[in-house]
Design a protein around this ligand. Structure first.
Ligand code: ADP
Length: 275
């Protein structure tokens, strides 16, 4: 007998995303907790494309650093429900907003896990394209997993330079705005590394690093800051390892940025882990 959403009971709403709602649910038979993302993909073709892309990618991935998808339910009315592993500490965004900025040591632990996830995805020809604190889920064991593949892309050619505008432009790398100036060896993967660098910087300083605190991001200001400004960097007082790591991620020229596997051997990531 196939399982249905009736085998799960809603505990609470975890969050609203674009086009859908994520619920914390309990499997009645086992009492195990899961997250169920329900998307009303009914008639909107863009939404349907996005959901099917996410489903396709979740079905292909199996890594401890990527949020696990257990089952996908499609209802006759067009609604789609994705049953995922439940991450009981929320996102890195909510965690840093409630618990304050993260320390260097915690960030080394976080970076390692995201890099393991990116290394896995890139080896499977998947570019995430929307790495940011709100798309990184955490559990109480401080395990960090990459989520939200709504705008990700499976690369069919090694050089797939055509890039449509998707995702949050705040974390977008310079070559996604202007491939001619910043896209040496542009392959898409390095865009995820830029976003990772910006994410790490934000989690350390406690606010989005490309804009003054409190300023509402608008597209033009962001694009100017990303393309024409110096890459943002860490404040005084951090270790050389951390500073070097951020610099390796936030190279404006995509060809100079380190890859996920190179960054995993960076001294910042190789510090002993006491988490
Ligand atoms: P988006 O806003 O990027 O579309 P989602 O719809 O995927 O995000 O998720 C909305 C919110 O639900 C997230 O910000 C997060 O707080 C929560 N959430 C999503 N997936 C999970 C999960 N597997 N475990 C716990 N919470 C989750």
């Amino acid at each position: 007998q196939p399982t249905t959403t009736a085998d799960y009971e809603t505990v609470q709403v975890l969050g609203h995303g674009n086009g859908g709602t994520v619920y914390k649910v309990v499997q009645k038979k086992t009492s195990n907790l899961f997250a169920l993302k329900v998307v009303n993909a009914g008639s909107d073709p863009t939404m349907r494309r996005q959901v099917f892309r996410e489903m396709d990618i979740l079905r292909r991935t199996d890594s401890p650093y990527v949020v696990k998808c257990h089952e996908i339910f499609e209802k006759p009315d067009g609604d789609i429900a994705i049953l995922m592993e439940y991450m009981d500490a929320g996102t890195l965004d909510s965690l840093s907003k409630t618990g304050g900025a993260l320390t260097e040591r915690t960030l080394a632990h976080v970076a390692r896990q995201i890099l393991n996830g990116l290394n896995y995805l890139h080896a499977h020809k998947i570019v995430h394209r929307d790495i940011k604190p709100a798309n990184l889920l955490v559990n109480k064991n401080m395990e960090v997993k990459i989520a939200d593949f709504g705008v990700s892309k499976i690369m069919h050619r090694t050089l797939d330079a055509c890039d449509s505008y998707v995702g949050t432009c705040a974390y977008m790398s310079p070559e996604r705005f202007d491939p001619d100036s910043y896209g040496a060896n542009y392959n898409g993967y390095s865009g995820d590394i830029w976003s990772l660098g910006l994410t790490m910087l934000e989690l350390f300083v406690g606010h989005f690093p490309l804009l003054p605190t409190g300023q509402k991001p608008d597209w033009a200001t962001l694009m100017c800051a990303i393309c024409f400004g110096e890459p943002p960097s860490l404040p005084e007082g951090v270790s050389d390892e951390f500073r070097g790591f951020i610099e390796c991620c936030l190279q404006k020229d995509s060809g100079k940025r380190w890859t996920a596997s190179q960054l995993l051997s960076h001294p910042f990531c190789r510090q002993p882990d006491n988490n």
